[in-house]
Design a protein around this ligand. Structure first.
Ligand SMILES: [Zn+2]
Length: 252
């Protein structure tokens, strides 16, 4: 029995940084809208949490923003479920930058691969139609190529900035979105020379340009001052701002 909802729901399964924290998983998010469920990234710890919200056999697709391991590691767990577990016969469709399958197969160490079907995201950006939702994607500066993702249904939307340094592509993609999910790796601190991540000041400028309904901060280094970071974002953006609560259901 598939779940039907009249709104768009955004659920952070994991919103942590690239290494461990006892209360956080790595990057992974679930969007539910209408009769459709789409996962955005699947970092370590997020596949088990996803199973608390949706039967993986009923997941319409996974979209991977970029090929850093903290955004895709649990595809290895998903693959066991799909190839040898209850998902047998229900291949998982994964849209990702080119090269995903080569990386996964390398880790699987020669075992026959089944259960996941990969589709390359076109360079630059584009539009995917997945069930009841439309996913618009655009490249942002990080590990090339990295795609920011905007999921829309019926005038409601959530925009996930992936990992990125300050740029103009994300606020353009996110213009007027209901929920802007944006990384804030360096929090209240400065962005080190050459780093490909954001801080709170950059998030504030981006939110001021994109005018979202609300801002969710993610991917913060465990050492950052959470409250100070929110205060800095609020200096530039007067809407709701918070660090994303994992497993909380946000509604657009
Ligand atoms: Zn990354």
């Amino acid at each position: 029995m598939r779940r039907v909802s009249a709104t768009l729901e955004f659920i952070p399964l994991g919103a942590g940084a690239g290494y461990g924290h006892p209360d956080q998983a790595q990057s992974g998010y679930l969007v539910r809208a209408g009769d459709t469920a789409v996962a955005l990234d699947m970092g370590a710890g997020t596949f088990n949490r996803l199973m608390g919200f949706v039967d993986p056999r009923h997941l319409d697709a996974v979209v991977i923003s970029h090929l850093h391991p903290d955004h895709l590691a649990d595809l290895l767990a998903a693959r066991i479920y799909m190839a040898h577990g209850p998902g047998l016969g229900h291949p998982m469709h994964v849209h990702a930058p080119p090269g995903l399958m080569g990386r996964l197969e390398g880790i699987a160490a020669g075992e026959p691969w089944a259960g996941i079907t990969a589709h390359d995201l076109p360079a630059g950006g584009g539009t995917l139609e997945i069930g009841d939702v439309v996913v618009r994607h655009a490249e942002v500066p990080h590990l090339p190529p990295t795609h920011a993702l905007r999921v829309e249904r019926g005038g409601k939307s959530v925009t996930y900035g992936a990992d990125c340094r300050p740029n103009d592509a994300l606020p353009e993609l996110a213009q007027g979105t209901d929920i802007l999910v944006v990384e804030c790796t360096f929090g209240e601190g400065d962005i080190p020379e050459g780093a490909m991540h954001m801080n709170a000041r950059a998030v504030g400028e981006m939110a001021a340009a994109a005018r979202p309904g609300r801002v969710l901060l993610v991917h913060g280094d465990p050492a950052v001052d959470r409250d100070a970071s929110v205060d800095i974002v609020r200096r530039a953006y007067d809407g709701p701002v918070e660090w994303a609560r994992e497993r909380h259901v946000y509604t657009a």
